[in-house]
Design a protein around this ligand. Structure first.
Ligand SMILES: *[C@@H]1O[C@H](CO)[C@@H](O)[C@H](O)[C@H]1NC(C)=O
Ligand SMILES: *[C@@H]1O[C@H](CO)[C@@H](O)[C@H](O)[C@H]1NC(C)=O
Length: 256
């Protein structure tokens, strides 16, 4: 009798887990790409998760432009309570907000700057932290679970001795601030990828995994980056680490 209840319980749990989705917001380093030499990590990531992965990343976007263009609002409209939302920006977020329509206001507070876009529209630009906090709060309001993930390192971002990935951009720290100020999980993807690249070594990373430029990985590199995210889920005991496919379970845990 007890066993039957347990089996029923397990069946219900499996059902719930299979209904969950993971929605992904990000830039080209996450987005699906059809080029043979360029792929975003969201594509191989789907193979490691035993839940539906909806990769809504778009090339060229930043926290600011993904918000301004309504892309995040349309992601939020797809949330069913219990869904996870991975939010990862930073590659397109730097620069002067008056000149670049993807750049956010410098700093981590609630400062704003009013700018006029090339089409004449006036936009009140926020800091990266404000955009990420707004996204996390929108996910929470829709019953979802936000994961604020830090951007991936560039392939050539090594220390002088080329022994380790170095110089995390300020957006890594900004994502952590936004997570702590919204009570969200911070996934330091930058750091998990840095660990993976460190074990591979400079010569196996750059330019091997970055044939086109220092930002974009080929499919093999995207796989390293996706596996690093799964590794991070497992090393931090995140609930998603319990929803891996057999291929995901096979990824060795390397927590430092
Ligand atoms: C911005 O932050 C400052 C300092 O924390 C606070 O005093 C102020 O009320 C905030 N302004 C807005 C509009 O949230
Ligand atoms: C997903 O999980 C179910 C239930 O545990 C399992 O039967 C199935 O083989 C898994 N799928 C993959 C691709 O690992």
């Amino acid at each position: 009798m007890v066993k039957q209840y347990l089996l029923l319980g397990a069946a219900l749990l499996a059902q719930t887990a299979s209904c969950l989705k993971i929605l992904m917001a990000g830039d080209s380093t996450m987005a699906q790409n059809s080029l043979a030499t360029k792929q975003g990590w969201g594509t191989p990531f789907a193979e490691y998760m035993n839940v539906t992965v909806v990769n809504l990343a778009r090339g060229g976007r930043s926290a600011r432009s993904y918000t301004r263009e309504g892309l995040f609002a349309s992601l939020v409209a797809q949330i069913t309570p219990g869904d996870y939302v991975i939010i990862e920006f930073g590659h397109n977020d730097g620069g002067n907000p008056s000149t670049y329509d993807t750049a956010s206001v410098y700093g981590s507070d609630n400062s704003t700057k009013t700018v006029t876009l090339s089409d004449g529209t006036v936009e009140v630009v926020q800091t990266f932290v404000t955009y990420e906090k707004n996204m996390a709060n929108d996910v929470l309001a829709a019953g979802g679970v936000p994961i604020l993930s830090s951007q991936t390192p560039n392939g050539d971002s090594w220390n002088d001795a080329k022994t380790e990935i170095s110089y995390p951009p300020r957006f890594v720290g900004y994502a952590e601030i936004a997570a702590s100020q919204t009570g969200s999980v911070f996934m330091n993807h930058w750091s998990w990828v840095a660990i993976a690249y460190g074990h591979l070594g400079y010569d196996n990373v750059y330019p091997k995994l970055f044939p086109g430029d220092h930002t974009h990985t080929n499919p093999e590199g995207a796989d390293v980056v996706a596996r690093a995210f799964v590794n991070g889920l497992r090393c931090t005991n995140h609930p998603l680490a319990g929803m891996l496919t057999a291929a995901g379970e096979e990824i060795p845990m390397v927590c430092s």
